[in-house]
Design a protein around this ligand. Sequence first.
Ligand SMILES: Nc1ncnc2c1ncn2[C@@H]1O[C@H](COP(=O)(O)OP(=O)(O)O)[C@@H](O)[C@H]1O
Ligand SMILES: [Mg+2]
Length: 158
Amino acid sequence: MLKCNYGDFMEYKITTNSEEETIELAQNIESEKFPNMIICLQGDLGSGKTVFTKAFAASMGIEDNITSPTFTIIKEYDSDIKLFHMDVYRLNEVKEDIGISEYFNKKGVCIIEWSDLIEDILPKNRLDIKINIIDENTRIFKIIPHGTKYEDLCERVL
Ligand SMILES: Nc1ncnc2c1ncn2[C@@H]1O[C@H](COP(=O)(O)OP(=O)(O)O)[C@@H](O)[C@H]1O
Ligand SMILES: [Mg+2]
């Protein structure tokens, strides 16, 4: 893990060399979850956004089969705190207003795949996770906490 201080933000760089290591990373972050937590996932197709989300959900005790909600945009899972899994890739094809920003205050955890597409409506305080594909099994995770709650979380689990 490499920790960089860019002055106005911190960045944690973590390389995972297998799906299992990405699962472990998601479990570590899940261990510090809190109501209204926002996790923003950016990365190309196949980078591991859904792998991360599935592991996070499993760690929350959610037993449902988690699939990318590409066509439904938002899927909701029950747990002691709710999980809202969003995939906003096709959001521009949805005609009705599905009120995404309301989910940020529903006391659950929001995990948003392709969050860069809705950058303008994202809350200021959030955890940004940018995933780069290096080769078949290697991914670089750049984790950027915005706000003290997320900064403290990173200090504890990364
Ligand atoms: N280090 C890694 N971390 C996460 N996934 C990995 C890793 N190495 C290989 N993979 C594979 O990459 C794919 C990621 O798929 P997925 O999570 O659905 O991507 P996305 O949701 O970003 O499109 C899976 O097939 C997974 O097995
Ligand atoms: Mg996906």
